[in-house]
Write a protein that binds this ligand. Sequence first.
Ligand SMILES: [Zn+2]
Length: 270
Amino acid sequence: MGKIGCSILSGILVPSGILLNTPNPLTCLELTSQITISGIRIEVTRKKVKYLRLVVNPAEGRVRISSPIHLKEEVIREFALSKKQWIKKQLNGYIPKNNRPAPEYVTGETHFIWGTAYKLSLGWHHAAPEVYVNHQTNTIDMRVRPGSSGEKRKNVLKEWYRAEMKDEIPRLIEKWQKKMGVKVSDWGVRQMKTRWGSCNIRAKRIWLNLELAKKEPCCLELVVVHEMTHLLERLHNRRFYAYMDRFMPEWRNHDNVLRQSSAFHAAGKC
Ligand SMILES: [Zn+2]
């Protein structure tokens, strides 16, 4: 099989009848191009093979597909799209979290925003740090002062995530206050090691984990609704889950999305 550390899906035989009608005039045997599926960049190499083969290297954040030379791009796209969840899982969860090298916040690294993979591009300038996210090219351009440490760069991105969360949360609270008939007096965002959110029932204050800005948007919404449900029921009992089922019948799907991308959720805390 492939390189150590890669996850490979192969053996998908290309059905006949979906090859390009006119053979590609290019005579070279390997041709590399790039496609993007839900924010995941995939290198496509066309070569003399009969099968589509998908290789994910989570350490490098690389996804590659090798394809028969004359296969239509839309077929490759469809194939990649059908494997989207698998690819994300490999990229995000293949290596146990504690074995994964800590990010260094350098060019080429993959960072997730709302469940989508972005490539970091680091530059220097003599001004306050800046983060510019391009959703077309799925890149994060970060500019910091020359000589800024990895810790500094980490904090710059962290503050960007925090601002992103602070943009989203008021809208969600507003929406769910109407649906649930409860009132949140105060809310905040902070980095938490063991839980996605918490709720101070007496103060009607909810806290949300900064890490949620890296997950699918439904994850933040789930945690907001979960914490707001605690304003109606303190415990995780039958009554609590009956409220969840009533307000957000699809909450278990969101919960699965969150669980799949997380080590600590298994602890079952909030
Ligand atoms: Zn809870």
